[in-house]
Every structure is written in C-alpha cells, then in structure tokens.
Design a protein around this ligand. Structure first.
Ligand code: ATP
Length: 353
C-alpha cells in the first residue's frame, strides 16, 4: 500500500501543447481518488504520467514518499485497468491473469494460488478456461480487474474502465469496483468524464478543467459548495441553474431590474446566482428567493420530473418528485431557500456575502 503525491506536475507535449498546467494532489494510503473533467482536460495524461507511460515536463510524482519521475513503469509497482481491457485475445482467462506473474518469474504454485483466489473474489472461477471473445463485456471487465489484482500492486490506476459497458452494467460494476477497492484497501486513481461515476466512487474528487485542478474535496462537499461555475455546472445532473445578476450592498438584482434583498456584497458588480434544480420548490416560501417560472417543457423520468422553463430572463430547470402538475405554457411561482443560493463573481469563482 502507498500514498501518491503530485507536486506542481506539468506536461507539455512535443509541438508545444501544455496539457497539464501545474497540478498538485495528495492521495492518502488506501484512498480512491477520482479525476473527473470534460474530454481533453488532461486527466488521462495525468494518469499516464503516474503510470510512467508519459514523461513529466516539470514537477514531481511520488509513490510511497519516493519520487518516481525517472523510474520506468514496470518498477513503479502499479497496475492499470484500461477502457478497452487490453486482454490477450488468444489466451484463456487464466493465462491472461497469470501472464504478468509468469513474466516476473513467480513460482507456478504461487501463480496458481493467486489466480484462483482472485477469480473467486471476482466470480470468475467458472470462466478461467474461456477466451475473452467467449465472455460478456462485464466479464471481460472483471478479467481486466483480475489481472491488476493478482499482482497485488501498491497502486491501481483506472482509465475509464466502464465506458464500454451499457448503463445498467456500468451501475453494477461501479458498486463492485467500490466494494473491491474498499476491501483490498489499495490506493487507487480513477479517471472518468462521468460525473455520476465520479461522485459515487470517490473518497477524494478532483475536478479538472483545461489542464488545471478546479476543485478537490469529498464528493458531497464539492456538490454542496462548488468553487466555480465550471464545477457547479459539471457536477450534478441536471446542472445548477446560473442566472446573471448585479450584486450590491443590499442584495442583488436581475437583468430585468427586479431587486432581491439579502446579504449584500461591497460595491456593485456583475455576478451569477446559482441554485440546484432540486432546491427549488413550487409555490412561495418564507426566507426564500421568489421567482415567476414560465414552463416550456415537462420531462417525466419516473420517480421525478424536470420542468424546463425561464425565470428572471434566464433558462431554469426545476426538479419535482413524482408527476408534475405544471403544463407547458403555465406560469407558476417558484421559491429557493436563501441558504441554497450560491454566488459567483464575473470570472465564475465562488464568492460569499
Ligand atoms: P478524454 O476524456 O477525451 O480522454 P482527457 O481529459 O483524458 O480527455 P488527455 O487525453 O489527457 O485528455 O489530453 C489532454 C490534451 O492533450 C488534449 O487536448 C489532447 O489533444 C492533448 N494530447 C494528448 N496526447 C497528446 C500527444 N501525444 N501529443 C499532443 N497532444 C496530446
């Protein structure tokens, strides 16, 4: 087991593109750290640098307190699980799992013990004699996990391991990976662009944007207190509603001129007010921001419904449980508790009154 530490890590690709622009993250022993962000934000580059598959332009990466910048991938004692599983198609499941151990010259008995033990954990015992093409997507994913686990590495690295699976299986495998990681207690770094996967898996969530870290924290802390409009929009589905306002010493006012009294900010400046769709109630409430909501569309998804419409001149989404009584064209009062309002400055950074 090990800690993983990144100190001001940078990556400039040949040709001059800077994909990672000074990232620092500390990952505790046994923790599951998820790097999440949109396509191209540099998360795979970062993971590949931790693996030793990509050189580091500047900064330090340490595993277990030891700087590994100049150490090759094979000597880092890490195991990586890829999106495409990277299984050997001509080898049986058993041999796919045993391959890395044989390469290291491990004794046959020990290999056999480890493969069988891991197969049992992953419920692959009956499939050891099959070839990858004779397995389902979920089973292949388990073999890829098994190949990482048999090595008992210091660190697991996962690069979008579930993105080739359908939604239902992805949900199941997410739970399996979380339970497995917890029971094995192996420090892990997991890359995904899926915010739900990131929220449900992470002990430590790292939200990345354009080669930089936007926010680091426990998933629910990040959800409840996003550091920027980028994080507020990226984490949570549907995303947080963001409405342009001018904040002033007595509260704020919307673009249509309607003023809202509340906690003030020094000076008068452009800003954005944010609130989550689930923090909106239909009707009026005390200590709340009150708005007129013009319903454009109603989206029932079973246990809840999403109302799409406009309020104070901006698009707003409202989440209600069960069936919605509002219909397209309806104008209804909505309210948001003041404690559920978020404020961001013109640059998108969170500000407090
Ligand atoms: P995705 O989710 O699409 O895989 P990502 O966040 O993992 O995205 P990276 O693969 O790390 O992003 O890429 C970050 C940026 O670096 C992208 O703009 C990409 O085009 C660029 N990049 C990646 N590999 C190279 C390379 N070998 N040479 C030049 N630029 C590269």
């Amino acid at each position: 087991m090990a800690t993983v530490e990144l100190k001001n890590v940078r990556k400039t690709y040949p040709g001059g593109f800077e994909a990672v622009k000074g990232v620092s993250i500390d990952i505790a022993d046994g923790a599951l750290c998820v790097l999440v962000g949109p396509s191209g934000c540099g998360k795979s580059t970062l993971l590949r640098m931790i693996a030793g598959l990509e050189t580091i332009t500047a900064g330090d990466i340490s595993i277990d307190g030891k700087v590994v910048n100049a150490i090759g991938p094979a000597e880092r004692d890490i195991a990586m699980v890829f999106q495409n599983y990277a299984l050997y198609p001509h080898m049986k499941v058993y041999d796919n799992m045993a391959y890395g151990l044989r390469n290291r010259g491990m004794a046959r008995d020990e290999i056999d013990r480890r493969v069988n033990e891991t197969a049992k954990i992953l419920e692959l015992s009956n499939l050891l004699q099959r070839r990858p093409r004779e397995l389902s997507g979920g089973q292949r994913q388990r073999v890829a996990m098994g190949r990482a686990i048999v090595r008992s590495p210091k660190v697991f690295l996962f690069d979008e391991p579930l993105s080739n699976l359908d939604a239902k299986l992805r949900g199941q495998m997410r739970v399996e990976i979380k339970n497995l990681q917890r029971s094995l207690g192996v420090t892990s770094v997991y890359v995904t662009h899926d915010q739900l996967e990131a929220m449900t898996l992470a002990d430590k969530l790292v939200v990345m944007n354009a080669g930089m870290v936007e926010q680091v924290g426990a998933p629910l802390d990040v959800y409840e207190k996003p550091a920027s409009t980028f994080v507020a929009s990226f984490i949570g589905a549907p995303p947080m509603n963001l409405l342009p306002v001018t904040v002033n010493s007595s509260g704020f006012s919307f673009a249509d001129g309607s003023a809202v009294a509340g906690n003030g900010f020094a000076g008068s400046k452009a800003a954005q007010i944010g609130f989550r769709p689930e923090d909106v109630a239909i009707g009026q409430g005390d200590g709340c921001l009150l708005l007129d909501f013009q319903t454009i569309a109603v989206e029932p998804v079973g246990a809840e419904s999403f109302l799409h419409g406009n309020a104070a001149g901006s698009p707003v989404i409202v989440r209600v449980s069960g069936r919605a009584s509002a219909r397209p064209g309806d104008s209804i009062p909505i309210s948001v508790p003041e404690a559920k309002l978020h404020t961001f400055d013109a640059a998108g950074k969170r500000i407090e009154p």
